[in-house]
Design a protein around this ligand. Structure first.
Ligand code: BV8
Ligand code: ZN
Length: 246
């Protein structure tokens, strides 16, 4: 456990911290990651094909139903000790910035301030036509047919879409710019629960390394980021992160 102590000391000494998270930090709250059963009732589909503009265009009710099922799942679960530890890190080193690839609101519900959502959020639907922000509908459960008709825009009547970044879509410019800026300026980047496969988000830990930061990875599995990390802590976030902040 020497690495754990080394990582805890480096974290305690860091002035500017970036915590970079992926679906793995929400896994112990009961939220499936893209790698496992995220498609749930949609098991005959691959998340990668459902999370595309093409899929929404081809079948808006199937895709809207999938996202509404995911949103209702998020509303039924709670942040886990991993999310709470991220808030502790941010409270101890106020210049800590949380950058997440996740579209859930578990960082916010755990008390983390202003997380940057590189891939958008389940809670910011918008019009697919005029991009006007839309209300988050009352919690709806797609019928067992899994289809759910998306609401229509009050301004132009086009279908409402989830406020997430689909594969093939550009990330929100401001979010990406701020994330890269914070990665160049930090002295320690903690990457938690990401497979490091999705770009350009996966560049963030590499940018931190390029600018001389210490990079600590928390993930039960090896990932392409193992080579980038200064310290690799192989274990689940809800156990490792609290141990780092004891
Ligand atoms: C872009 C929101 C260009 C939606 C997501 C070939 C064809 C087409 C595209 C590409 C291509 N090659 C590259 C690309 C680009 C593509 C890409 O990177 N594809 C990959 C798959 C190769 N990227 C894009 O398309 C991006 N846009 O490039 O646009 C452009 C530029 C200008 C103008 C126009 C266009 C957009 C990417 C964003 C996609 N949206 N999410 C939604 O949620 O539905 S990404 C989605 O998948 C998640 O957000 C997550 O980030 C990502 C990966 O999912 P997972 O693997 O589940 O999650 P994660 O990576 O976090 O892995 C889970 C990890 O947790 C594992 O390592 C596991 O070991 C670990 N874990 C498990 N349990 C625990 C744990 N860790 C800790 N504790 C535990 N208990
Ligand atoms: Zn509209």
């Amino acid at each position: 456990m020497h690495d754990l102590r080394k990582a805890a000391e480096a974290l305690a000494a860091a002035q500017r911290v970036v915590v970079f998270t992926g679906a793995g930090i929400s896994a112990e709250s009961g939220v499936p990651t893209f790698r496992d059963a995220l498609t749930g009732l949609w098991e005959r589909f691959d998340a990668q094909t459902l999370a595309t503009p093409q899929a929404f265009e081809d079948d808006p009710e199937l895709v809207w139903g999938w996202y509404e099922w995911r949103r209702s799942l998020i509303q039924r679960v709670a942040p886990n000790p991993g999310h709470a530890a991220v808030t502790t890190i941010q409270n101890r080193a106020p210049r800590t910035v949380v950058i997440t690839q996740n579209v859930d609101d578990l960082h916010e519900r755990a008390g983390s301030r202003d997380p940057i959502h590189l891939h958008g959020s389940l809670f910011t639907p918008r019009c697919a036509g005029c991009a006007h922000p839309a209300e988050v509908p009352a919690a709806t459960e797609p019928d067992e047919g899994r289809r759910l008709a998306p609401p229509r825009c009050a301004h132009c009547f086009a279908p409402i879409r989830p406020g997430v970044v689909w594969f093939g879509e550009a990330l929100p410019e401001q979010a990406l710019e701020t994330a890269v800026q914070e990665a160049t300026a930090c002295d320690l980047l903690l990457t938690v629960g990401t497979s490091g496969l999705v770009y350009p988000a996966a560049e963030i830990p590499k940018v931190a390394t390029m600018f001389g930061a210490t990079v600590i990875q928390v993930n039960p599995q090896p990932t392409p980021l193992d080579a980038t990390a200064t310290i690799n802590l192989h274990g689940p976030a809800a156990t490792i992160l609290p141990a780092l902040t004891e």
